[in-house]
Every structure is written in structure tokens, then in C-alpha cells.
Write a protein that binds this ligand. Structure first.
Ligand code: C2E
Ligand code: MG
Ligand code: MG
Ligand code: MG
Length: 297
């Protein structure tokens, strides 16, 4: 249709491109303001232990939390992190936002720790953040400065981040491992999943992506994929986490196939720190027989 309009095609496209650029800039400006005015929030979603629950039970012992970033809009809804993390990356803000997330998570873990709960919190590391020089040193330093055991913080990384520079990735991940920071490989199976990563990197746990869990009760392909990832992870001495569990049927399949941990609306939505306290029980981490550090490889 643009072509049929001949010369006018520029008039057809330029304003909308401009509008996108303007929208992006104003989003960037408000994100910066949100960060400066401490308007961002960290939500927490439980990961539960599947070893000691029977099929059909929707409760499980808390294993740990995943921290998920929330940017509240004035109408009470949230801007999706998927739509603003990359803006933060492009605008060079991801270092500061990442640091804010880490400080927030450490402070929360400390508060719970002081109340007697050893609730591990995992934070998502964006690919661009991973490339900031010495960011791994900053993470460990911050945890130490806030004054909690490094074993209370975990990191979630994605395959896309590993692809960029495997040598650098290994160096950073080995540093985390030396300091007792648990490493999850997030969204497994959606990127360029290379078995080479699993072989060469000190990954502690694999998170089966939600896209494979969604149709687990009907799709034999998804069943085969999920079961195979579980077997693969087990043979490599890694923990397996399934994300996005919404139904009892999905949970049952994962339990029957030996999945270690589960995360999803079925067990608990991401919620504010005060709401997350409902998941804390003093003896949970004693009953949850999954330690944070699997047997040394
Ligand atoms: P992710 O790390 O894979 O996080 C899981 C996403 O799945 C979260 O979306 C969570 O709310 C959602 N989820 C959990 N259980 C269910 C379920 O049962 N059903 C459905 N439909 N969804 C479920 P969220 O919070 O919107 O985050 C999306 C992505 O944005 C995250 O994917 C992560 O890649 C990124 N993200 C979120 N928070 C942060 C952060 O603090 N830092 C960075 N760098 N990225 C973040
Ligand atoms: Mg994650
Ligand atoms: Mg994930
Ligand atoms: Mg995912």
C-alpha cells in the first residue's frame, strides 16, 4: 500500500517512526524518574520443592524465591519487565537498575534472615548487565557489604548471554561458584540451547521454560521435551526447575518425571515482600531436602 502511494510513502512511515522514537524516549525518561524516586518494586515468586509432595497437592515446601521487577503505573497496573528491561539496556541504565535490584533483594534476604528464615532469593541478570566490566565483583562485594551469606543470593542467566563470550561467561560463573552463589540457567530450551554450555559451565540448575510447560498435559512433544530435560539435568547433577506451572495436571507430570522444583501461579504468584511472607515457615528449609549446592562435579 505504501508503494501504491508513490512518493508519499515517506510521509506514511516517517511520522510513525518518529512517534515510536518519542514514545521510547518518554518511556526512558519515566523509567529514569521511577528509578530515582524509588518507584520500582521487587516482587517475589516462590519456587517449591516437588520431592516431598504427592500429586494433587498444590502446596510444597518453599525452596527459594525469584525476584521479579515491577514498575507500577498510575492506574495500579504494572509495565511488563519484558517491555522495559531492553529500554533500560539501550539507555545504559541496566547497571544502575541491576544494582538497585541486587541491593533490594539483599536487604530483603537480610530482613528475613534476621527473623530466622533462610530464604534464598534469585535475581535475573540481563545479557547487557553481564557484560559490564567487573559486575560480578560488584555483586559479591554488595552482598558482603549488606552483610548476608552469599549463599542467600542466586543468579538467573539466559543462554543468549552465554553465546556472546563463552570464556568471559565461564570466568564470571566460576567466580560466582567460588563464592557460593547458586546459578540457574533460565528459559532453557528457548534460545540456542547448546549442550556445550551445560558441559563447560558451572551451572547448578536448569529452568525449563514456560513454553514447554504450558501444554504439558496435552502435547506429547512437550512431554518428551520436559522429560528429556529432566533426565539430562539429573545426569549432569543439576537441579531442574519447571516454570509457569498453572495446573495440577502439569504439576503431576513434573512430579512423576522427577522434576526437583516448581514455580508458577499454581503454587504462588509473584507478590510484594510483605505478601511473600505467607510462604515462609521456620522449618521449611529443613524439610525441603534439596540443598542449594548440589554435589560437587
Ligand atoms: P523470567 O525470568 O523467565 O521470569 C518468569 C516470568 O514468568 C515472570 O514474568 C513471571 O511473573 C512469569 N510467571 C511465573 N509463573 C507463571 C505462570 O504460572 N504463568 C504465567 N503465564 N506466567 C508466569 P515477568 O515478571 O513479567 O518477567 C518477565 C521477564 O522479564 C523475566 O522472565 C525476566 O527475563 C525479565 N525480568 C523480570 N524481572 C527482572 C529483573 O529484575 N531483572 C532482569 N534483568 N530481568 C527481569
Ligand atoms: Mg528468571
Ligand atoms: Mg524463567
Ligand atoms: Mg521464561
Amino acid at each position: 500500500r505504501a508503494k501504491a502511494n508513490g512518493k508519499n510513502c515517506y510521509h506514511l512511515f516517517t511520522p510513525s517512526l518518529e512517534r515510536i522514537a518519542v514514545q521510547r524516549m518518554s518511556l526512558e525518561t519515566s523509567l529514569r524518574k521511577a528509578l530515582e524516586s524509588n518507584a520500582l518494586e521487587l516482587y517475589y515468586q516462590p519456587k517449591v520443592c516437588l520431592h516431598d509432595i504427592r500429586p494433587g497437592m498444590s502446596t510444597g515446601h518453599l525452596h527459594s524465591f525469584e525476584a521479579l521487577l515491577r514498575w507500577p503505573k498510575s492506574n495500579g497496573e504494572f509495565v511488563s519487565p519484558e517491555s522495559f528491561i531492553h529500554i533500560a539496556e539501550d539507555a545504559g541504565m541496566i547497571g544502575r537498575i541491576g544494582f538497585w535490584i541486587l541491593e533490594q533483594a539483599c536487604t530483603q534476604a537480610k530482613e528475613w534472615y534476621q527473623q530466622g528464615y533462610q530464604a534464598n532469593i534469585s535475581i535475573n541478570i540481563s545479557p547487557r548487565q553481564f557484560l559490564i566490566p567487573n559486575f560480578h565483583l560488584d555483586i559479591v562485594r554488595t552482598i558482603n557489604e549488606i552483610g548476608i551469606p552469599t549463599s542467600l543470593i542466586s543468579v538467573e542467566i539466559t543462554e543468549s548471554l552465554l553465546m556472546q563470550d563463552l570464556t568471559h561467561a565461564r570466568h564470571v560463573l566460576e567466580y560466582f561458584r567460588e563464592h557460593g552463589i547458586f546459578i540457574y540457567l533460565d528459559d532453557f530450551g528457548t534460545g540456542f540451547s547448546s549442550l556445550n554450555y551445560l558441559k563447560n559451565l558451572p551451572v547448578d540448575a536448569i529452568k525449563i521454560d514456560r513454553t514447554f510447560v504450558k501444554d504439558l498435559s496435552t502435547s506429547t512433544a512437550d512431554q518428551a521435551i520436559a522429560a528429556s530435560i529432566i533426565t539430562l539435568g539429573k545426569n549432569l547433577d543439576m537441579l531442574i526447575v519447571a516454570e509457569g506451572i498453572e495446573t495440577a495436571e502439569q504439576a503431576d507430570f513434573l512430579i512423576r518425571n522427577g522434576c526437583d522444583l516448581a514455580q508458577g501461579f499454581y503454587y504462588g504468584h509473584p507478590v510484594s515482600a510483605s505478601d511473600a511472607e505467607q510462604f515462609l515457615h521456620p522449618d521449611d528449609l529443613l524439610h525441603c531436602n534439596i540443598a542449594h549446592r548440589p554435589a560437587a562435579k
